[in-house]
Write a new protein. Structure first.
Length: 245
């Protein structure tokens, strides 16, 4: 991570067909890499992304970047929080976009265009994924936002989203649970409205609220397959508040 003068472990999932074909694949970049593939390395449970994707007919490369431990909050927000830190997210997003993605595109058979490049994360990881998408609209065309920690720098994020403008269609999947903090769903609803005002069409935004959803890896693991399918392969759908039975 030259932008922050640090090193970081990066996991790369290759679909089963990768070694038996000459195809090129979409790529999804996920934060908190410790929790994406392996229960043994996770700090609070794993998403089981490899198991989920092995069952999918359509294949994607997944790049999972470990968080920085005690630097996690700093790296996952470009704005500072007076109590918790932050402020290094701009450099972290630059690492993803200007260092890591070119490396992945050079060393693996990817489809490098924005239509085939997604980013995602949960909680603080969702915050930095959203930021990276808005900062680099020509790079990321798909973003999965799971239970975003919008509270961390709410005013700064609001101003940033309000200034964001892009003529490029970006597909966004927002999901949270009603068993999370009392501000989670209201803040995410505000974000949805701000994104519409910034020019995101309803057909490119999916807004999902689960009554039983909690702020944990089990919830995000459950929701990942639907988000993945819609972001990369699903038909556009009118944005709406979807409540699970």
């Amino acid at each position: 991570m030259p932008q922050l003068h640090r090193t970081r472990r990066v996991w790369v999932y290759l679909p089963p067909s990768y070694t038996t074909s000459h195809r090129r694949y979409p790529v999804l970049y996920l934060q908190d890499g410790q929790n994406i593939f392996d229960e043994a390395t996770s700090f609070s449970g794993e998403w089981g992304v490899d198991e989920a994707l092995n069952q999918e007919k359509r294949a994607t490369i997944v790049v999972a970047i470990d968080n920085g431990g005690d630097k996690r909050l700093d790296e996952y927000s470009p704005w500072r929080n007076s109590q918790y830190g932050g402020g290094e997210g701009r450099e972290y997003a630059a690492f993803l976009t200007e260092t890591l993605k070119p490396y992945i595109d050079q060393h693996y058979r990817t489809r490098p265009g924005r239509r085939h490049t997604g980013i995602g994360g949960s909680s603080m990881g969702a915050l930095i994924a959203l930021y990276a998408t808005l900062r680099y609209p020509d790079v990321y065309g798909r973003v999965g936002v799971f239970s975003p920690a919008l509270w961390f720098a709410k005013d700064s994020l609001d101003r940033f989203v309000q200034r964001a403008r892009s003529g490029r269609p970006t597909r966004l999947y927002l999901v949270a649970g009603q068993q999370e903090s009392e501000t989670m769903v209201p803040y995410m609803t505000q974000l949805r409205d701000q994104l519409h005002q910034a020019g995101v069409r309803s057909a490119n935004l999916r807004f999902v609220v689960r009554p039983d959803g909690q702020h944990n890896e089990g919830f995000w693991r459950r929701e990942f397959p639907a988000a993945y399918q819609w972001l990369f392969f699903g038909k556009s759908a009118e944005t709406k508040k979807i409540l699970a039975p």
